[in-house]
Design a protein around this ligand. Structure first.
Ligand SMILES: [Zn+2]
Ligand SMILES: [Zn+2]
Length: 174
């Protein structure tokens, strides 16, 4: 039951609080979040102690159990971006070299088109960047929202045989 996920694809240099590219092993689950997106799936890897607290992801995902309608996540092709060749990152355009605050020193910044273009999931808008990254998770990927979801609600998703997650909505853009 090994699930291969390219966690680094979710890397967002603008978020430094917690990082998608540093998943935690909690019990028999592998969990990663950057506060905008959360991904959870079972793992055989041994639990590892880590510094600090981790968000209560089970409570956050609890509403999933009441969602009865699940739809197919849009395909990677539908979510393609010609601006960044669908990589999501482009060369840091304000780069100041070592210690660059614009890209947190990685030399790359998030594609502006991918972060300002949104995709609708019921009443909720998701940036193309996250929508595309989630579309690459092990299939099938399905999405659902709470019956009373507003535009600020999370979009929940399932992937593979037993993966779960959520992504936060944002302001809609054309
Ligand atoms: Zn830079
Ligand atoms: Zn892009």
């Amino acid at each position: 039951m090994t699930t291969e996920i390219n966690w680094t694809e979710f890397y967002d240099p603008s978020i430094t609080r917690c990082a998608m590219n540093e998943p935690r092993i909690i019990g028999n689950l592998k969990v990663a979040t950057n506060a905008n997106v959360l991904i959870v799936h079972p793992t055989d890897e041994p639990e590892a102690k880590f510094e600090g607290r981790f968000p209560d992801f089970e409570s956050f995902l609890q509403p999933m159990t009441r969602i009865t309608e699940w739809d197919d996540w849009p395909s990677e092709t539908l979510l393609a971006c010609s601006e960044c060749d669908s990589i999501g990152l482009s060369e840091c355009d304000e780069c100041e070299g070592e210690g660059c605050p614009a890209c947190d020193d990685c030399g790359e910044s998030i594609c502006g088109t991918c972060t300002t273009t949104t995709v609708e999931f019921g009443p909720v808008s998701i940036t193309k960047l996250y929508a595309r990254n989630i579309s690459k998770l092990p299939r099938p990927v399905k999405w659902g929202v709470r019956a009373d979801a507003t535009k600020d609600a999370p979009v929940f998703f399932t992937f593979g045989s037993d993966g779960r997650g959520a992504v936060m909505g944002c302001e809609p853009h054309a």
